[in-house]
Design a protein around this ligand. Structure first.
Ligand code: UDP
Ligand code: MG
Length: 335
């Protein structure tokens, strides 16, 4: 992979800029169309806060013009910081990179597609300060603009996770949230390999509040969460927070054992009454059923063993190719 352009480091002795009050972490993957609307909406808002801030744009190995556009934007917007990952690591890993590198006293994570209104960042910050909270969740009070499919799968996801993991799972809270420095530092200490932040953060029992908002439609481009990734997130969520599926094998085994006992009685009665049915259908069904049940259980075991495997390998979940905070400020735009 091509090395990032090397620029002379900051002059020795120049102090690092003081930690900003607010970091806004934006993971983005192929978001070239959403970038300009995002910057146009985010910048006036953050400038209006009147406090030092940084925007940590995590480019998750985009293959479109996202990195070039980000670097272009940085020339006009010194608070924009670009963290470029070596390859596409996925939304949660990109979020991890951003959380690990953010320096702010408060850290807000938000999607790049403007589905979550950046204006709510101001409310989140005010609420966190007023009530001394460690987390403020953005809760989607209205998902009217999402497709029926997305709403249905999201509803099923939160329902299942509440059943499996417990009532602490917040309803309809995605990855738009504010975290205090203390919460971010705790998250950084966790050795999670495949974190699912929307569950991990509430599970830690921080003092939390909520800000409601209606979910808007994507400003531009297409969803970067195809069905395959949605299923992956759901499987990660379940294996991360519940061992209940492992116990499923016991229940399925017990159920098929009882069923077999009934069938045995039936077979013996039939035999005693001289009913000599060929019996291939029941045999066939029983073999298929048991085979299916066993494969399901093996697959479930495989999911958990896979998690143990990745945990043991301890490979980094993301690799940073470039972080503009490590380089000197870009040259100011010409007159
Ligand atoms: N994203 C990312 N890496 C990926 C997939 C998505 O950084 O591999 C980002 C994406 O650019 C967006 C956010 O994660 O900022 C949420 O993705 P998206 O809006 O496509 O998901 P949806 O809202 O459709 O669930
Ligand atoms: Mg989106």
């Amino acid at each position: 992979m091509e090395a990032p352009p090397t620029t002379p480091d900051r002059t020795p002795g120049t102090p690092r800029p003081a930690a900003p009050t607010l970091s806004v972490v934006v993971p983005m993957y192929n978001e070239e169309d959403a970038l300009v609307p995002l910057i146009d909406r985010l910048r006036p808002l953050l400038d209006g806060l009147g406090e030092p801030y940084e925007v940590v744009a995590v480019d998750d190995g985009s293959r479109d013009a996202t990195p070039e556009l980000l670097h272009g934007a940085r020339r006009m917007w010194p608070q924009l910081r670009v963290v470029r990952l070596r390859r596409n690591a996925g939304h949660q890993a990109a979020l991890t990179a951003g959380l690990h590198r953010a320096r702010g006293a408060y850290v807000v994570s938000i999607d790049a597609d403007l589905q979550d209104p950046p204006e709510k960042i101001v409310d989140m910050l005010a609420l966190a300060r007023r009530d001394r909270l460690d987390v403020v969740y953005g809760v989607r009070s209205d998902r009217g603009t999402d497709t029926g499919f997305k709403r249905g799968t999201a509803g099923a996801y939160y329902w299942l996770m509440r059943r499996l993991a417990g009532a602490w799972v917040p309803r309809q809270a995605g990855d738009f949230r504010l975290l205090s420095r203390a919460a971010v530092d705790i998250l950084r200490e966790l050795p999670e390999q495949q974190p699912v932040y929307r569950l991990l953060i509430p599970s830690l029992g921080f003092r939390g509040g909520e800000v409601d908002y209606p979910r808007a439609a994507r400003v531009a481009g297409e969803t970067k969460y195809p069905l395959r990734r949605m299923v992956r997130l759901a499987v990660d969520s379940v294996t991360n927070f519940s061992a209940a599926p492992l116990k499923l094998a016991t229940w399925l085994g017990l159920a098929s054992f009882l069923f077999c006992l009934l069938m045995m009685v039936f077979g013996l009665v039939a035999y005693a009454n001289d009913v000599t049915v060929p019996g291939w259908a029941s045999l066939f069904v029983a073999v298929l059923l048991l085979g299916g049940v066993q494969l399901i259980c093996l697959g479930l075991l495989g999911e958990y063993i896979g998690r143990i495997y990745t945990a043991v390998q301890q490979r980094p979940t993301y690799l940073v190719a470039e972080d503009t905070a490590d380089a000197p400020a870009p040259p100011a735009p010409g007159p």
